[in-house]
Design a binder for this molecule. Structure first.
Ligand code: SF4
Ligand code: SF4
Length: 447
């Protein structure tokens, strides 16, 4: 076991630096170096164990160690290393909120990116199930499932217990897991022609006052209301708003699979349109935190030498980070007509790791007679993790802490900035539906 008290200074006093992923080097995909690194980092984690409550990856690792003959990592069968990898959904919380051994610490622990490397090795070796390939093909599946009539049929089938049992048998999608609805009236259709181009949109702070919305697969086909509400709030504040003319998935689902070639293909498809908009003076926003994180963090670490990725990164904002900048510049309308009361706000992991602070709370609390209670715990949904048959029970267990906080608080509203997390929390609550921060702001403005 690594001696974590060996006189070394923990790195938490320095800002963490994240190293780019050297995935273009063939060594990245070689099993020998990968397993060597897994053993090194697993051993450090075994000596530390701070992350035991974050997700199911760490309890899986520690159980393997505690049940081994040596009670150390060297007693764990190498084949069992994959059990830990399979439980990581790359939320980044261990890296961003817990680990004192991240770079610049000399131990250089980046647990999520080590898991990503292992997933990439597994994917290239053909070890990824068909189910996972289908679930992460969000743009292809969404394009088909949101065709009129097909959307109604898919939604009806997804709501039938017998059909869900068949789906579970055929594809290992848990029969109780909440599946997203597909909407044939997508955000792209709803917002076509709704571009808001006020005369004299004003720049303020780092913002141009001109926004291009990257709709995202989910925000376009599964949660178009959320996207339309964001659009309305921006337009109400005198911001010029357009939507992208075309887009691919941001690549986050394929990243979680370790399918880095697909991530690159999707990135290459998205960059020309996003760069066109940035060059025309637009800032970029997306309604789903994971997609924002993809452009702000993951793509820059995967493609550190791509100047287009760097330009898009600099222009991308979390929506509430953007509104907070507008408020700081005196450009946010704070004439709210309706109080919102007591709100429970779940801050999703992929928003927390953007390190922008509690901007959703700051903005909602500008509304008179409104208090926001933050819940900074993982929901357990995490992309496709919660819908997989083998993970659903773990996801519900992770989500229970969030559900309890909402239930105990007698709140008027609850929401997550991630609509998928909101769906899992809503299932745990069973009754009052989750809302979105954009819908609440719209209500407060009376628009
Ligand atoms: S990235 Fe998230 S899911 Fe993966 S090990 Fe860290 S905390 Fe767990
Ligand atoms: S990721 Fe860091 S904080 Fe978490 S268990 Fe491992 S060494 Fe400890």
């Amino acid at each position: 076991m690594a001696d974590i008290t060996e006189g070394r200074r923990e790195g938490s006093l320095d800002a963490p630096t994240r190293h780019p992923l050297a995935w273009k080097d063939e060594a990245f995909f070689q099993a020998g170096p990968l397993f060597h690194e897994l053993e090194r980092v697993y051993d450090i984690c075994h000596g530390c164990r701070r992350c035991v409550s974050l997700c199911n990856a760490f309890p899986t690792l520690f159980d393997l160690v505690d049940e081994s003959a040596t009670l150390e990592v060297d007693g764990v069968a190498k084949d069992d290393y994959w059990k830990v990898v399979d439980q990581c959904y790359l939320c980044d919380l261990c890296y961003m909120t817990k680990c004192p051994y991240v770079p610049p610490h000399e131990w250089n622990v980046d647990f999520p990116h080590l898991m990503l490397r292992a997933k990439a090795v597994k994917f290239r070796a053909g070890g990824t199930p068909l189910r996972d390939r289908i679930l992460t093909a969000t743009d292809v599946v969404g394009r088909i499932a949101s065709i009129p009539v097909v959307a109604q049929a898919v939604n009806a089938v997804n709501a039938m217990p017998a059909a869900r049992r068949v789906l579970e048998k055929a594809l290992d999608v848990h029969h109780e897991a909440p599946l997203p609805r597909f909407e044939s009236r997508t955000a792209r259709k709803r917002l076509a022609g709704a571009d808001s181009r006020p005369a004299g949109a004003r720049a303020g702070g780092p913002t141009t006052g001109r926004v291009a919305l990257f709709l995202t697969c989910y925000g376009n086909r599964n949660a178009p209301d959320v996207t339309a509400d964001l659009h309305a709030v921006l337009a109400h504040n005198g911001i010029e708003v357009v939507i992208t003319q075309r887009e691919n998935c941001c690549g986050m689902p394929k990243l979680e699979l370790g399918d880095l070639e697909s991530v690159e293909r999707l990135k290459d498809g998205n960059l020309p349109e996003l760069l066109r908009l940035v060059e025309a003076g637009y800032d970029l926003l997306a309604p789903v935190p994971s997609c924002v994180l993809m452009f702000k963090q993951e793509l820059p670490l995967l493609f550190p030498d791509d100047p287009g990725v760097a330009r898009v990164r600099a222009a991308f904002y979390d929506p509430f980070e953007y509104l907070a900048q507008r408020h700081k510049a005196g450009l946010l309308d704070t004439n709210f007509g309706s109080p919102l009361g007591r709100i429970a706000w779940h801050a999703p992991c992929h928003q927390r790791v953007q390190n922008v602070g509690q901007k959703t709370r700051e903005i909602l609390e500008l509304v008179p007679d409104t208090t926001v209670t933050p819940i900074e715990r993982c929901s357990g949904h995490d992309g496709t993790y919660a819908v997989k048959r083998e993970n659903y029970a773990f996801a519900k267990k992770i989500c229970r802490a969030v559900v309890q906080r909402v239930q105990e608080g007698a709140f008027d509203h609850y929401l997550s900035d991630c609509p998928m997390a909101g769906g899992l929390i809503e299932q745990g609550i069973g009754g009052q539906p989750a809302t979105s921060a954009f819908a609440l702001l719209r209500r407060a403005y009376g628009i």
